[in-house]
Structure formats: structure tokens, C-alpha cells
Write a protein that binds this ligand. Structure first.
Ligand SMILES: [Zn+2]
Length: 441
């Protein structure tokens, strides 16, 4: 059997490939060649067939697919814990937007996004969907640190440091899309902020451009009851209806939140193939409401998980978020069988990849896919005994148990240490930003 030194093996006590759902392999190995998963087979066979390959042996660990965070604002990690315990519009209008007006620039976004990347890599996220001003700074932070992501162009009617008006946001978004088209790690989308901050005229433009360029649309939708009632009072229409009339309810749409749904929405969303980035902790923290994901799933809507920004969470820990999603769905649907552990893991991985249109490339440990892999250390006394490793992963661990993270075969986190990102420098930069934020507050 051919074997070359460019291949390496990762052996582990358990490998959970995600697809097919429910499969747990014991004492298996992944064979990685360059950025790709070349094979998945029992350890004994792997050592026979690939005698020259170097091996990373993880006897107490589970390997699974890298987690896909489907909604966030990475740069807002600099505002983690800045204005907690407030309702959404007070939080945004009186705290977040004023400080953003004063401080957000290219460097703020680059440094904040780097902080988020450090946290995501060290807690097992290997791909994230991001929406924020200066997407070129987000893309730079991701690319420099070999992190994968969908970096969307924000569109909002208020002037800000990045763009003056909706038209300029769209123009800059087109230029940004052009600039990343040869970047293997970065894809893009248009992200109108929400129905209440974007005009019909801009949304029509978004539909025309995204259809022409086959790009997704990423949109906060039906986040709160106020949003829906406000829209009905103003226009006589619920935002979903307005988006539908504008032609935006389609399989290209990645909706975020959707805590306020009625019976007729389920069928429409399922029929059109809309995807959902479910952010349960942000919804709970801002008292936005509960997204009925069991009903959406039953109707065939693709449900994935997102953390939202660290300013409303307050972390980017996808394992913790996924546990919240599973527990909350049981509570909201009054059904303890809702979102079992395997379904929860699928929501955090392959469903996220599907939402991003990247499911042929990432989201599971299958031959030919990118080697986006995490190892979770289950040796701690608090994880014993291990009857069902995937139950342990979802209901007992958090991102702190992630010990290794590979993206495209590149080991970016090993034995609980970032291998490439300069953490001391990052800490110093973040402290400078803390002082600047304090000064303008
Ligand atoms: Zn958000």
C-alpha cells in the first residue's frame, strides 16, 4: 500500500464522523493528506497501511468534525460584558451603537475578530459566519490565522465608519466579494441587518445582486415580538411577509433568531428551503423569546446553531451553545425526545455547513472532505463513566475540553495551546482596546 511522509494519522478512542448520524467508531484513525481526509479505518489497519505516516495518538479523546458557528459578529468580542442585563433596543440604541459610532474602525474590527478567532479555535469552532462593518478586516483576521468563514457584507441604512448609506454598503460589498474570490478559506454573503433597519429599495438590490452572483443572504429576522408588532403597526405586514413579497424567502436565505413564528410560517419556510441560524443563548440573554426549532425541524427546515456576538452571549463556545439548544428545545416543545445528542451534534456541524453551502467540503469526517477536526478530552473524572460518548459531548463537556483543533489539516491548537496565534500580543492589544472603550463610555 502506498504511503508517504506527507500523510499523518490521528488515532482516538472514539471517532464520531457525524455522517452517518448515530455512528460511533472505537479505536479508529483518520488519515490526513495535505488538507484532505484521505481515509477513516481501524487503528491496526491504519498502522499497517500507512507505516511511514506520523501519528497523533489520543487514547482518551473523541474526534469529531469541527464545529460550524452560523451566526456571529466576531469584532464584538471587544464588547464582551460591556453592557449586560438590558433589553434589546436599550442595549443596541443606548450602549452598543454609541460606542460603535465612536470606536469602530479597521483596527477595531481586525483586533476584535482576532480575539474571536483565538476563542473559537480553542473551543472547537473551525468555521464561522460573520457579519460586521469592515468585512475586509474580518477576512484578514480569519485568513491570517488560517480560520475558515463566511464573511458577509453588512447593509444598514444608518451611516457608520464603513459606509454612508445603503447604496455604498452594497457597492463595497460587491468590491469585497471580488477581493476574496480566490481565497479558499473565505466565502461571502449579503447581510441586510434586519427588516427594521433596511429599506425595500436596498432589499430589492440585495435580491438582484445575490441572484446574479449566487450568494446567500444572511438576515436577523423576527428576533423579538416588538420587531413584529412594530412592523405590523407601520406597514400592516409581518416582516416575513414583507421579505416574501420582496422575493427574499428562498433557499439562499440564512435567517437568524426567528423567535416569533406562527403556523403558516413553518410551511412557507420549509417549502422555500430557508435555513435557520438558531442562537438560543443570545435569545435568552436579551429576552427575545424562544425559537420553536422542533416545529421547524419537523417541517423540514434546516436548523443550525450560532452563538451570536460575544456582547450578547457572552462567549463563542459552540458546545455550550449546542447544549442550550438541545435543552431549550425540550423545554419549549414539552418533549424530552426533542433534539437528541446526535441531532444536536449534527446541528452544530453538518447542518451549519449546509446553511453555508459548504456541506460538500466540511461538516463531517468523510473521505475527500477538508480535514477540519477537533479532539475532545474525555479523561476528566467529571465525564466518567462514559456509557454514551456523544451524550457526554453534548450534555457534559464545554469548549474547555477541546484539546486539539485542525483546520484544513493544519494543527492550530494542540494540548490546549494555540500553536500559531501570538496570544501574549493579542492580550496586550485587547487591553489597549479595553482602555479606549472605557475612555469613551
Ligand atoms: Zn446577530
Amino acid at each position: 500500500m502506498a504511503s508517504s511522509t506527507s500523510e499523518f494519522l490521528i488515532t482516538a478512542r472514539w471517532i464520531v464522523p457525524v455522517v452517518p448520524e448515530g455512528l460511533v467508531l472505537k479505536n479508529h484513525a483518520l488519515v490526513i493528506k495535505e488538507s484532505i481526509i484521505k481515509d477513516l479505518l481501524p487503528v491496526t489497519l491504519a498502522k499497517e497501511q500507512y507505516p511511514n505516516a506520523t501519528a497523533v495518538d489520543l487514547p482518551q479523546h473523541m474526534l469529531t468534525a469541527g464545529l460550524v458557528n452560523t451566526h456571529g459578529h466576531a469584532a464584538m468580542s471587544l464588547l464582551r460584558g460591556y453592557a449586560d442585563d438590558r433589553e434589546l433596543m436599550d442595549w443596541l440604541s443606548n450602549h452598543i451603537w454609541p460606542v460603535e459610532m465612536k470606536l469602530v474602525d479597521y483596527d477595531f474590527v481586525k483586533d476584535g475578530s482576532t480575539l474571536a478567532v483565538a476563542e473559537m479555535i480553542s473551543t472547537g469552532t473551525t468555521c464561522a459566519a460573520d457579519t460586521y462593518f469592515f468585512p475586509e478586516a474580518v477576512a484578514e483576521a480569519f485568513t491570517e490565522n488560517k480560520f475558515r468563514g463566511q464573511v458577509a457584507t453588512p447593509i444598514i441604512q444608518f451611516p457608520n465608519a464603513w459606509a454612508e448609506n445603503e447604496g455604498q454598503h452594497i457597492q463595497k460589498g460587491l468590491e469585497f466579494g471580488d477581493s476574496i474570490k480566490d481565497n479558499d478559506l473565505i466565502s461571502t454573503a449579503f447581510a441586510p441587518h434586519s427588516p427594521y433597519t433596511v429599506t425595500d429599495k436596498a432589499l430589492e438590490q440585495v435580491r438582484i445582486h445575490t441572484e446574479a452572483l449566487s450568494l446567500p443572504v444572511h438576515l436577523h429576522l423576527h428576533e423579538t415580538l416588538d420587531e413584529v408588532e412594530g412592523a405590523v403597526a407601520k406597514t400592516g405586514k409581518r416582516p416575513i411577509q414583507r421579505m416574501h413579497e420582496l422575493g427574499l424567502i428562498s433557499e439562499s436565505l440564512q435567517t437568524v433568531h426567528m423567535t416569533q413564528l406562527i403556523e403558516q410560517d413553518f410551511e412557507l419556510l420549509a417549502d422555500k428551503g430557508v435555513h435557520l441560524a438558531h442562537c438560543p443563548e443570545s435569545n435568552m440573554k436579551l429576552a427575545s423569546g424562544f425559537c420553536p426549532i422542533e416545529m421547524l425541524k419537523k417541517n423540514g427546515v434546516n436548523v443550525a446553531v450560532g452563538t451570536d456576538g460575544a456582547a450578547s452571549n457572552n462567549n463563542l463556545d459552540m458546545l455550550e451553545e449546542t447544549r442550550s439548544a438541545a435543552l431549550l428545545s425540550k423545554a419549549v416543545s414539552a418533549d424530552a425526545t426533542s433534539v437528541n445528542a446526535f441531532e444536536a451534534l449534527s446541528m452544530a456541524t453538518i447542518n451549519g455547513a449546509r446553511l453555508l453551502g459548504l456541506d460538500s467540503k466540511i461538516g463531517s469526517l468523510q473521505k475527500g472532505k477538508q480535514a477540519d477536526i477537533i479532539a475532545v478530552d474525555l479523561s476528566g473524572i467529571n465525564f466518567q463513566p462514559i456509557h454514551h460518548p456523544v451524550s457526554q459531548l453534548i450534555y457534559t463537556t464545554s469548549g474547555h475540553q477541546v484539546s486539539h483543533t485542525w483546520i484544513g489539516g493544519e494543527l492550530l491548537y494542540a494540548n490546549n495551546q494555540l500553536t500559531q496565534l501570538d496570544e501574549p500580543r493579542l492580550r496586550a492589544v485587547v487591553e489597549e482596546w479595553r482602555q479606549k472603550i472605557e475612555k469613551v463610555s
